[in-house]
Write a protein that binds this ligand. Structure first.
Ligand code: NAD
Length: 312
């Protein structure tokens, strides 16, 4: 299989690339390195099955040229920072929705019909306290990042309906692991490296979310891709347990072997405007297909903390 991976130099994308190369696939990474890094893909440079293109998804002409002759597109690139929408209101429109349109349009022109998309739990926004199934609706995001993702899903669905594309749309839980460049674990470690006596925690610490380990996420993506064949294959990728932000802080403190750290909460139930403080995704659909994660949410967080600390 010849795979075109947008965002392949990023956290999740680079793990996906490792797995694809290991399986024997040919891979082209298309990444502008805005939040990714060549250090995550440098071990593939020189491999004849691997190609890296440093370019932007807003550059439709370059995508049209480089995407030729691929079998499938894994569209992983996006702005990864949910909070930025508070201050940069065009960002998710451009990096989420328009970038996805450019990919789809370049695929259409080059007659490539299969797309795998990294969406997010944020499209569900605030739900009653249930394990949210993929059929839940209406999906009305409360962050601009969520709107960008939902816009991307809508465009993908419309290219399926209008041009006969086939899609695998995955709504990820929070993803953690080595090469993580952002998110709560990296944030806590960075803050504690600066000041080991006090840790600022956004919100009240009771935010409770499921955390999935990155290589397990990648396995789930490929398992779903290989075992489902509807025109639009929509799946949550998550775990059945969850972890509070306070517990993550405690685990980070423990793993850094610190004592008497004072937790300072900024207050309120959300970490930031547009944050969904509690959710749990149903994993039933992926389980029915035959896949589930092995690590619990706490297990994934603990493993990620250890790995991130060892590379800090
Ligand atoms: P990341 O920042 O590590 O990866 C994103 C990659 O895309 C980076 O390498 C970046 O350089 C690249 N990129 C961004 N804009 C680009 C552009 N305009 N042109 C070309 N390349 C561009 O983030 P990640 O955590 O690996 O996220 C990957 C995907 O998964 C994103 O779509 C994100 O929204 C989604 N997602 C992540 C999580 C999570 O917990 N990490 C949860 C849900 C969904």
């Amino acid at each position: 299989m010849k795979a075109f991976v947008t965002g392949g130099a990023g956290f999740i994308g680079s793990h996906l690339v490792d797995k694809l190369i290991l399986r024997g696939d040919e891979v082209t990474v298309y990444d502008n390195l805005s939040s990714g890094d060549t250090k995550y893909i440098k071990h593939h440079l020189g491999d004849p099955r691997f190609k890296f293109i440093k370019a932007d998804l807003l550059d439709l002409e370059t995508i049209k040229k480089e995407i030729k002759n691929h079998d499938v597109v894994f569209h992983i690139a996006a702005n990864p920072y949910v909070r930025l929408g508070e201050t940069q209101t065009r960002l998710d429109l451009e990096q989420g929705t328009i970038a996805t349109y450019n990919i789809l349009e370049a695929m259409r022109i080059n007659n490539i019909k299969k797309i795998v998309f990294s969406s997010s739990s944020v499209v569900y926004a605030e739900t009653p306290p249930i394990d949210i199934p993929e059929t839940y609706g209406p999906t009305l995001p409360i962050s601009l990042y969520g709107a960008g993702k939902l816009g991307g899903e809508g465009l993908i669905s419309s290219f399926c309906g209008t041009f006969g594309f086939q899609a695998w749309i995955y709504r990820f839980a929070n993803v953690v692991g080595t090469r993580g460049t952002h998110g709560v674990i990296v944030d806590f470690i960075a803050k504690l490296e600066k000041n080991s006596r006090e840790l600022e925690i956004l919100g009240d610490g009771n935010q409770q979310k499921p955390y999935l380990y990155v290589t397990e996420l990648v396995e789930g993506i490929l398992f779903g891709f290989e075992h489902s064949n509807e025109q639009i294959n929509l799946f949550n990728l998550s775990v059945d347990s969850n972890t509070t932000v306070r517990h993550i802080a405690e685990m980070v403190v423990e793993e850094m072997k610190l004592k008497n750290v004072k937790f300072k909460y900024t207050g309120g139930k959300r970490g930031w405007a547009g944050d969904v403080p509690r959710f749990q995704l149903s994993t039933a659909k992926m389980k029915k297909l035959g896949w589930q994660a092995n690590l619990s949410s706490d297990g994934a967080v603990r493993k990620a903390i250890k790995e991130i600390l060892s590379s800090f």
